[in-house]
Design a protein around this ligand. Structure first.
Ligand SMILES: Nc1ncnc2c1ncn2[C@@H]1O[C@H](COP(=O)(O)OP(=O)(O)OP(=O)(O)O)[C@@H](O)[C@H]1O
Length: 348
C-alpha cells in the first residue's frame, strides 16, 4: 500500500502517531483515513510486539483497536517502523477528559465506557494475554461511539516472565495504575489489568487520579501506599452503590481474590445497553438487570456478595524479602512522571 503521512495526532514514549491516507486504495481494502504509529529503531521492538499481539488477538473483538498492517520507510535519513491502525477520530479518553478541565464524565457514560473496556479485556485475557498498560491514554474514542483498547506495546502472554534486571520494582506503564502485586512481586497478569481498570473508572468519573498525591511528592511514597498496608484508591462519594461495589471488586489487594474481567462483565454497574450514542444525551436502557440473579448465583468461588477482601498480609514469606524490606530498599533520583512511563524503569 502506498500512503501519505498526515498531521501528528499523538505522542508516546517511543512513537509518534499521525494520520495516514492510502493513495492507491482502488479496491477499498483500507479506510480513507488511518492512524500510523511510527518509531525509529528504539521503538521498533515495542511496535513489533504490538503487531504480534494484535494479530494474535484477531479482529473479532469490537473493543480492541484493529491493526491494518505495517510498513517501513526511510525518513530524514533514518528507518521508520510504521504500524497502521484504525483511526479513532475522537482521540483518547485522556485527551477527552482534559478538555473537561477536571470535571468527570456522567456515570451513564462511565458505565458504557467501562463495559466496552471490560469486553475488550475479557477477550485479551481469554486469549492468554495481559495488556499491562491500561490507562485513559490507551482507551480510544471512535466517531461512531465505539470505545476500544489500544497500545499493546507492553502486552505480554499472561504468566510470561519478562526479562528482569534483578531485584527491585519494575514499573510497566504508569505507577498510578500499578497493582499491589506489580509493586510487591513484579507480577503483571490479567489481574493487574483489572486493578488498572478500577483506577481508570475512578478517573473517568471524578476527573481526578485514583490515588491522590501531593505535587512534587516522590513516587516511592505512592508505591509504598499501593504495595503495603490496606489502603486502596479512593472510591468517589458521588458514585452509585453499584459503582462503588464494582470498584470494591477491582480494588482487592490480593490478585487471587480480585474479580476477573469475565466476572465483572456481568456486574450491574456495566450490565447496561445504550440504544444510541449522540454524545450529548445518552439514553440508558438497563437490560436484564436482575441483581438477585447476578449476585445470588455465584459463577465462581469469589462471586458471593458478602465476601470481604482479605488484606494483603505483608508478613507473608517473600522470596525477595518482605514487602516492607523490598520497598525500603528502593532509592532513586528519578524524577516522577505520573502519567507516562512506557519503558521499564528499575528502581533499586
Ligand atoms: N488509532 C489511533 N487513533 C487516534 N489516535 C491515536 C491512535 N493510536 C494512538 N493515538 C494517539 O496517540 C497517543 C499515543 O499513542 P500510544 O499510546 O499508542 O503510543 P505509545 O508510544 O505506546 O504511548 P505510551 O507512551 O503512552 O505507551 C494516544 O494517547 C492517542 O492520543
Amino acid at each position: 500500500m502506498d500512503w501519505v503521512r498526515g498531521e501528528t495526532i499523538g505522542y508516546g514514549t517511543f512513537s509518534t502517531v499521525s494520520l495516514a491516507t492510502p493513495t492507491n486504495n482502488l479496491s477499498g481494502a483500507f479506510p480513507q483515513v488511518m492512524a500510523v504509529k511510527s518509531a525509529d529503531s528504539h521503538g521498533a521492538a515495542s511496535l513489533a510486539n504490538e503487531k504480534w499481539v494484535l494479530d494474535t488477538l484477531g479482529n473479532d473483538c469490537d473493543e480492541i483497536v484493529r491493526c491494518l498492517g505495517e510498513d517501513r520507510t526511510v525518513e530524514n535519513g533514518g528507518e521508520m517502523h510504521n504500524l497502521f491502525l484504525e483511526y479513532a477520530s475522537r482521540g483518547s479518553l485522556a485527551s477527552h477528559l482534559k478538555k473537561l478541565k477536571g470535571e468527570g464524565l456522567p456515570e451513564s457514560t462511565v458505565r458504557r465506557h467501562t463495559g466496552s473496556v471490560l469486553r475488550g479485556l475479557r477477550h485479551i485475557h481469554a486469549k492468554g494475554f495481559a495488556h499491562c498498560d491500561l490507562k485513559l491514554g490507551n482507551i480510544l474514542l471512535f466517531g461512531d461511539g465505539a470505545v476500544k483498547i489500544a497500545d499493546f506495546g507492553l502486552a505480554k502472554r499472561a504468566g510470561e516472565v519478562t526479562a528482569s534486571t534483578g531485584e527491585g520494582v519494575q514499573i510497566r506503564g504508569t505507577p498510578l495504575y500499578m497493582a499491589p502485586e506489580s509493586v510487591n512481586d513484579n507480577e503483571y497478569g490479567s489481574e493487574a489489568d483489572v486493578w488498572a481498570l478500577g483506577c481508570a473508572v475512578v478517573e473517568m468519573f471524578s476527573g481526578e487520579t485514583a490515588w491522590s498525591f501531593k505535587e512534587g511528592s516522590h513516587f516511592m511514597s505512592l508505591l509504598i501506599r499501593i504495595g503495603v498496608g490496606d489502603e486502596v484508591p479512593m472510591i468517589p462519594e458521588g458514585l452509585s452503590e453499584h459503582g462503588k461495589d464494582f470498584l470494591s471488586k477491582c480494588f482487592v489487594k490480593d490478585p487471587k481474590r480480585r474479580w476477573t474481567a469475565e466476572m465483572l462483565v456481568n456486574h450491574p454497574f456495566v450490565a447496561v445497553d445504550l440504544d444510541h450514542d449522540d454524545f450529548e444525551e445518552e439514553e440508558e436502557v438497563v437490560v436484564q438487570l436482575k441483581t438477585d440473579d447476578l449476585f445470588g448465583s455465584p459463577r465462581c468461588p469469589f462471586e458471593f456478595c458478602d465476601w470481604v477482601s482479605a488484606s494483603s498480609d505483608s508478613r507473608q514469606y517473600h522470596p525477595l524479602g518482605s514487602t516492607e524490606e523490598r520497598v525500603a530498599t528502593l532509592a532513586t533520583d528519578l524524577t516522577p512522571d505520573w502519567t507516562v512511563t512506557n519503558n521499564w524503569v528499575v528502581v533499586r
